[in-house]
Design a protein around this ligand. Structure first.
Ligand code: MN
Length: 308
């Protein structure tokens, strides 16, 4: 648990932190510093957006993860000219190649999971999804599911808000897509920031996802310090405990203090929500440990069990 002073964890979930809390750079010293700081604060995994083996040597990266005792999750998104939700067969085909390539790269890295917007580009679409486009998503995800299964790599679709995709915004839509694509290698990646915008009730939506939940992002309504925004996290952690979710929970936060030229613009990070990476990271770790522990304690009380 590193140098952290919080009590021993009362839960099995791995806790992660998004790399953009530390750095948006592919410089090896910066990446290594981000990994070291994450491990030191007690985190079990670091999430890297849009991992590109052309920018950083995958073997070096894997060896540094091992040295720091960290797991890695890779998240990504498709592109406007490579998009499986397009009705244009050429664009959809390029999207499928991009998605299969991501599965190969992520699996070669020995990552825990591939998540993110794997069914469309990341950005505001000018109009709603088309039937032909959705059919392309179903067909490509079925193939991606086969590739993921043979690679032994879990893949999770991140349900994002309406300004970041027009294909899947809610758990109900995500569950229908999983059924249509028909692969048990693919699950749902939920994020409290997006759910706060799209769901009727975030805790109920987590319960609806149930055992189809594969990865979880903790992000507050302003994407800043955990627990300082408008999201009520206690019912959310209670729901995670209620469904028996034992997967990874990763803190995601963005500030114009730390920028990635592509991603920061795509998700509209225009202002500072914080300036001190280490402070926001340390705070989020304690926040998640405490909220999880409290949710487990409530569950134990309900069941009449003694807790330490
Ligand atoms: Mn997210």
């Amino acid at each position: 648990m590193g140098a952290n002073t919080t009590p021993a964890r009362a839960f099995d979930n791995r806790l992660g932190i998004h790399a953009l809390v530390w750095s948006g750079s592919w410089d090896t010293d910066e990446l290594d510093r981000a990994m070291g700081a994450s491990a030191e604060l007690g985190y079990d995994l670091i999430e890297i957006p849009r991992f590109d083996p052309a920018k950083v040597d995958a073997k070096w990266f894997r060896s540094r993860l091992d040295a720091h005792g960290l797991d890695v999750v890779i998240t990504s998104a498709l592109a406007w000219d490579a998009d499986i939700s397009s009705a244009d067969p050429a664009i959809a085909r390029r999207g499928e190649q991009m998605l299969l390539g991501m599965i190969d790269v992520t699996s070669d890295l020995g990552a825990l999971l591939l998540g993110g917007i794997l069914f469309s580009a990341l950005g505001k679409y000018p109009s709603g999804p088309t039937a032909a486009g959705r059919a392309n998503v179903v067909a490509s995800l079925a193939k991606a599911g086969e590739r993921a299964r043979s690679a032994g790599l879990p893949v999770a679709l991140e349900l994002v808000n309406r300004y970041e995709s027009n294909v899947l915004n809610t758990v109900a839509q995500g569950l229908r897509m999983l059924e249509d694509a028909g692969s048990d290698a693919i699950s749902l990646h939920l994020d409290t920031y997006h759910m706060n915008i799209e769901e009727t009730n975030t805790a109920d939506a987590i319960r609806l996802a149930g055992d189809k939940l594969g990865y979880f992002h903790v992000g507050d309504s302003h994407r800043g310090y955990a627990g300082t925004g408008q999201i009520d996290f206690d019912p959310i952690f209670t729901a995670l405990v209620d469904i028996g979710y034992t997967g990874a929970v990763t803190f995601e936060s963005f500030s114009s203090e730390v920028l990635d030229e592509g991603l920061s613009n795509d998700i509209a990070i225009w202002r500072n929500t914080w300036t001190d990476s280490r402070a926001v990271a340390a705070h989020a770790y304690d926040f998640m440990v405490e909220r999880f522990a409290a949710a487990h304690a409530r569950r134990a009380m309900l069941e009449g069990r003694q807790i330490d």
